[in-house]
Design a binder for this molecule. Structure first.
Ligand SMILES: [Zn+2]
Length: 298
């Protein structure tokens, strides 16, 4: 049995998991993301600490590292990340230097697609899209059986204009992410009701007849349908797989979304709508798969 560390670097925290070669999560650990670390050196040291804490339990053969933002995946660099304050940071090599281990490197959404494509809901499709709906929204695109990212830039479905007037973190109005992400669902509900709640709690309130929660939830699904229609028209996937926090409601998301898409699609191929097999763990499992690949060739 081999063991690898799957590491997801987010804007507020670094989440790490010790994963076995049969994809069992043995242990998890979290550390705050160092603030103002424009060189990535502090972050690579924090990652090394997490990996070394795992090594007290199991030998770690390799690391799978997932980072948000615009990446140059072959070069192992973060071109830009607004949340991390990074510009051209060679994070893969920094982590390799600190840990002296092989490091596989990828975008946080595309690593999730690796898991879904190899062993999850997107298995067997030549053309599919993975959309985790969490704090933000982005898409991983599988075309002709391969994950395509156009040099690391493609898939930013969260920032297409779906036709509302809310302001997005990117500075524009009307972005999908500004109305349908878990974060935005919570914000919208708070603006009207004055109360804080998670997207799942808002879903439950909507089910129990709370009119504000219902409106917020329905808006989120409506605009998700608008964005999916655009994706389907341009890319014609056989399946769209939803992950992240908002997808935990399962059919309660898929059924109304399918109904809206059935009304909107005319000539397009109608894709299957599915929930991620690995749920919110897709990114972790995908990172572990990439790390195991790296361990086997190191
Ligand atoms: Zn935006």
């Amino acid at each position: 049995m081999k063991y690898v560390a799957a590491v997801d670097v987010g804007g507020t925290s670094i989440k790490a998991a010790l994963v076995s070669s049969d994809f069992e999560i043995i242990d998890t650990a979290t550390a705050p993301t160092p603030k103002g670390d424009s060189t990535g050196i502090e972050t690579s040291r924090a990652i090394a600490e997490l990996v070394f804490s795992f090594e007290l339990k199991r030998p770690v053969s390799a690391i799978g590292l997932a980072v948000p933002g615009a990446l140059d995946e072959p070069a192992g660099t973060s071109r830009w990340s607004g949340n991390l304050g990074w510009k051209n940071v060679p994070i893969r090599d920094l982590v390799a230097k600190e840990t002296k281990k092989p490091v596989a490197f990828g975008h946080d959404v595309r690593t999730g697609m690796v898991a879904e494509m190899r062993k999850g809901a997107a298995q067997g499709f030549q053309h599919s899209i993975f959309i985790p709906i969490g704090t933000g929204i982005a898409a991983a695109l599988v075309i002709d059986g391969e994950i395509r990212s156009s040099d690391g830039y493609a898939g930013e479905i969260g920032h297409v204009n779906v036709g509302h007037d809310r302001l997005c973190v990117c500075g524009k109005h009307g972005c999908l992410e500004a109305i349908s992400s878990a974060h935005s669902i919570g914000e919208s509900y708070k603006e009207i009701s004055g109360k804080s709640a998670t997207s799942e709690e808002i879903f439950n309130l909507a089910k129990n007849g709370d009119a504000t929660a219902l409106k917020v939830w329905e808006d989120a699904i409506h605009y998700l349908a608008v964005a999916c229609e655009q994706l389907i028209t341009i890319l014609s996937p056989e399946a769209i797989v939803f992950g992240g926090g908002v997808s935990v409601v399962g059919d309660e998301l898929l059924v109304p979304l399918k109904k809206k898409l059935d009304e909107r699609l005319t000539f397009q191929r109608v894709p299957q709508l599915l929930i991620a097999h690995y749920g919110s763990q897709a990114g972790t499992i995908g990172c572990a798969m990439l790390a195991l690949d790296a361990a086997s060739i190191a």
